[in-house]
Write a protein that binds this ligand. Structure first.
Ligand SMILES: Nc1nc2c(ncn2[C@@H]2O[C@H](COP(=O)(O)OP(=O)(O)OP(=O)(O)O)[C@@H](O)[C@H]2O)c(=O)[nH]1
Ligand SMILES: [Mg+2]
Ligand SMILES: [Zn+2]
Length: 318
């Protein structure tokens, strides 16, 4: 059987890229649902609820964008026969085998938000996905305000995150970005209207993806991107996704939040209660000391406290 990679799914029709010829093939899934044997730690398990061990060995899965599959083209209709194990599996966007996430924030319209950035980093850390940060629309903001954002971003750069600044409309800052996509599946993520599709258009000028003017009042945009598709770029693939207006993390215990803050984890050995310190009200907390000394961004700590509150409050609901 031949091997391929799913690039696009529209209705029930899959576009595969053959692993050897690199040619596009139109295919359908064999039957409506896939059945396959899985290992214990396979990512498919994450979708499972209460099923017995035995039932878990065989389960129903639909192939999706990002999947590596075996297909059969011996008949008229090309059929996807088997899905290879997934490295990871996202629900929104509905893509699997993702290598990195390009987090897009606009400097303005909508305003840059350190709160959203911290929330995204928390979620991606939990999902073990690598983020790369892009600040867009730098042409629309006063230098003074841009410098303020750059000052904030220095903290994140010191944590090891890559940060890029672009004006996608005039294709400024685009070329230095291009190397990060090689051999990877990259998902574009960010609030609606921040300029994800415009950035992708700047990278792939022939594409002409639909973008939309943002409505002024709240700087809020309408969703313009709908289906999920991988675009080939620089020997990698990029996925444009519809923006969101709200994101949620799936953390149910307040003591887990701190574990997704590498900058806090690094210091917690020096907290009196070491790894059990929540860095909230405990005495002799090295993290709080670092906030006071300006070694940790005040906004990052404040956002952390707020996320902890959110987790506590959601727990009380159940
Ligand atoms: N001046 C300027 N405008 C930009 C830039 N990037 C995006 N825009 C504008 O911002 C608006 C929204 O851009 P989109 O690319 O549609 O935003 P999106 O993130 O794809 O939005 P959704 O698909 O709804 O999630 C459009 O009017 C773009 O022209 C930029 O770097 N500079
Ligand atoms: Mg878009
Ligand atoms: Zn502490």
């Amino acid at each position: 059987m031949k091997k391929g990679f799913i690039k696009r799914l529209i209705a029930n029709q899959y576009t595969l890229i053959d692993s050897e010829t690199l040619e596009e093939v139109i295919a359908y899934a064999r039957g409506k649902l896939r059945y396959m044997k899985l290992d214990e730690d396979n990512s498919f398990y994450r979708q499972l609820t209460k099923k017995t061990k035995k039932e878990q060995k065989i389960m129903q899965v639909s192939p999706k964008v990002g999947d590596y599959v075996y297909y059969d083209d011996s008949e008229d209709q090309v059929l996807i026969m088997e899905i290879l194990p997934r490295k990871n599996d996202l629900v929104r966007p509905d893509v699997c085998n993702v290598d990195q996430v390009l987090l897009v924030f606009s400097a303005i319209k909508p305003d840059f938000s350190a709160f959203l950035l911290d929330k995204f980093l928390l979620i991606l850390n939990q999902e073990k996905l690598t983020p790369i940060i892009v600040i867009s629309k730098i042409d629309l903001i006063e230098d003074e305000n841009l410098n303020q954002i750059k000052e904030t971003m220095k903290y994140y750069e010191s944590m090891g995150y890559l940060v890029y600044y672009v004006n996608s409309k005039q294709r400024i800052g685009i070329d230095v970005l291009s190397h990060i996509f090689k051999d990877k599946i990259t998902v574009l993520a960010g609030q609606t209207g921040v300029g994800k599709s415009t950035l992708l258009n700047a990278l792939l000028p022939g594409l002409e993806l639909k973008t939309q003017e943002i409505s002024h009042a709240l700087g809020r945009g309408k969703h313009t991107t709908r289906h999920t598709e991988l675009y080939m770029y620089n020997e990698g693939f990029i996925v444009d996704t519809p923006g969101f207006s709200k994101i949620e993390f799936l953390i149910f215990h307040v003591d887990e939040v701190k574990d997704f803050y590498p900058d806090f984890v690094k210091l917690s050995d020096d907290c009196r209660f070491t790894s059990s310190c929540l860095h909230l009200n405990e005495p002799d907390c090295r993290v709080k000391e670092a906030v006071e000394k300006g070694e940790i961004l005040q906004s990052r700590y404040d956002n952390y406290v707020q996320f902890c509150d959110e987790v506590k409050n959601q727990k009380e609901k159940y």
